[in-house]
Design a protein around this ligand. Structure first.
Ligand code: NDP
Ligand code: ZN
Length: 351
C-alpha cells in the first residue's frame, strides 16, 4: 500500500509498505477523510520526538472498517468510524490509574505517527478497536469528522486541565484550531470573560464565533501586561495554553490570579527548560497550578464529543478553511500546515 511518510527529520515523501496486519482485538481501516496537524510539523521539521525513518504520518482522520480481529465485538467491515489520535491500551495499569494517554509509558497512548504508522496510508491499523473506535454519528459529516480525532479532544482537554468553572475568567493563549476548541470548550463549561490570544484575522473571527469576548494580540506586547490592563490588575482565574513557546509560561503565570490554574496542551517542540517567574509564582507559594497533558483518547470520549457535534452544540465548520479531494493531496495539506498561510485554520482531505 501507499503512504505519505516522514523519511527522516526534515524530509517527507511517498513510500510503499505492506498492509498492516490485524490482531485479534484490532481493526484495519481505510481513510474517508484526513487532516494534517501542527504536531506532524513539530515531529518532522523540528525533530521534536527524535528521528523516525519511513514512518507514515497522520493521526487525524475518520475511516471505514475493512477488517476486524476475532475478539472485536462492536465493529464490522463497512462501519464508518471516528478514530482518536490517541489510542490507549485499555487493559494497561496506566489506563486503570486514569492516565490512558500514558498507557505503556509517558505519551505512549499516542501511537499513530509516533511509534507506528499513522493514518496517511491506504490502510491503517487501530489497536483495541472496541475501546478506541466510535461509530460515526448520524448528522456528523465525514469532512468534519477528522476534527474529532484531535482538535476537539485536545482543545477541550485544555479546558479540563485548567479546570474551567462557571463564571471563570479565562485566557486562551493561541487560537489556531486547538486553541479555538479550547475557547469552545471553556465556553461550554461556563466561562464568563474569555480572552483569546492570536493575531490572524481568520482565527480572530472564529474565536469570536466560539465564544471569545476579548481578543489580545501577542504582537502588541507581553500578554500579561495586556491582561492586567484589561482586568484592572487582577488577572484571570484560568489560563489555557494552546500556542506560543517555552517562554509563554512566564506570561501565563503572570496573568493568573493566586489559586489559579494553567492547562497546557501546547506541544513544546523546542527549548530545554520552561521558565516560571519566581515572584509572580508567589515565591513558590502562590497556589498557581500548572497542568500539562496529552488528550485522553478512546471510544467513550469520541462518542461524547461526537454527540456534541451531532446535536448541534458544536459547529466544526469554522475550523476548516481549505478542502481537498483525493488521497494524493495529503501532501499538499501537510505542506499548508507547515507554511501556515494567514488564512489557514485547518485543511481537510476527503478521500
Ligand atoms: P497553530 O500554529 O495553528 O496555532 C498557534 C496559535 O498560537 C496561533 O493562534 C498563533 O497566533 C499563536 N501564537 C504563536 N506564537 C505565539 C506567542 N509567542 N504567544 C502567544 N500566542 C502565539 O497551532 P494548532 O492550533 O494547530 O496547535 C497548537 C499546539 O497544540 C501545537 O503545538 C500542537 O502541536 C499542539 N497539539 C497538542 C496536542 C496534545 O494532545 N497536547 C494535540 C494536537 C496538537 P497567530 O498565528 O494568529 O499569530
Ligand atoms: Zn493532531
Amino acid at each position: 500500500m501507499k503512504g505519505f511518510a516522514m523519511l527522516k527529520i526534515g524530509e517527507t515523501g511517498w513510500i510503499e509498505k505492506d498492509r498492516p496486519k490485524c490482531g485479534p482485538m484490532d481493526a484495519i481501516c481505510k481513510p474517508l477523510a484526513l487532516s494534517p496537524c501542527t504536531s506532524d510539523v513539530h515531529t518532522v521539521w523540528e525533530g521534536a520526538i527524535g528521528d523516525r525513518h519511513n514512518m507514515i504520518l497522520g493521526h487525524e482522520g475518520c475511516g471505514e472498517v475493512v477488517e476486524v480481529g476475532a475478539l472485536v465485538k462492536d465493529f464490522k467491515p463497512g462501519d464508518k468510524v471516528l478514530v482518536p489520535a490517541i489510542t490507549p491500551d485499555w487493559n494497561s495499569l496506566e489506563a486503570q490509574a486514569g492516565y490512558s494517554m500514558h498507557s505503556g509509558g509517558m505519551l505512549a497512548g499516542w501511537k499513530f505517527s509516533n511509534f507506528k504508522d499513522g493514518v496517511f496510508g491506504e490502510f491503517f491499523h487501530v489497536n483495541d478497536a472496541d475501546g478506541n473506535l466510535a461509530h460515526l454519528p448520524d448528522g456528523v459529516e465525514v469532512q468534519y469528522a477528522p476534527m474529532l480525532s484531535d482538535m476537539v479532544p485536545t482543545g477541550f482537554h485544555g479546558a479540563e486541565l485548567a479546570d474551567v468553572q462557571y463564571g471563570d475568567s479565562v485566557l486562551v493563549i493561541g487560537i489556531g484550531p486547538v486553541g479555538l476548541m479550547s475557547v469552545a470548550g471553556a465556553n461550554l463549561r461556563g466561562a464568563s470573560k474569555l480572552y483569546a490570544v492570536g493575531s490572524r484575522p481568520a482565527c480572530i473571527e472564529a474565536a469570536k464565533f466560539y465564544g471569545a469576548t476579548d481578543i489580545i494580540n501577542y504582537k502588541n506586547g507581553p500578554i500579561d501586561k495586556q491582561i492586567l490592563d484589561l482586568t484592572h490588575g487582577k488577572g484571570v482565574d484560568k489560563v489555557i495554553i494552546a500556542g506560543g513557546t517555552v517562554d509563554t509560561f512566564d506570561e501565563a503565570v503572570k496573568s493568573l490570579k493566586a489559586g489559579g490554574k494553567i492547562g497546557n496542551v501546547n506541544y513544546l517542540g523546542e527549548g530545554t527548560y520552561i521558565k516560571i517567574p519566581r515572584a509572580e509564582w508567589g515565591v513558590g507559594m502562590g497556589h498557581k497550578q500548572i497542568n500539562g497533558g496529552l488528550m485522553p483518547g478512546g471510544r467513550l470520549r469520541m462518542e461524547k464529543l461526537g454527540s456534541l457535534v451531532a446535536c448541534g452544540k458544536l459547529d466544526l465548520s469554522k475550523l476548516i478553511t481549505h478542502k481537498f479531494n483525493g488521497f494524493e493531496n495529503v501532501e499538499k495539506a501537510l505542506m499548508l500546515m507547515k507554511d501556515k498561510p494567514a488564512d489557514l485554520i485547518k485543511p481537510v482531505v476527503i478521500i
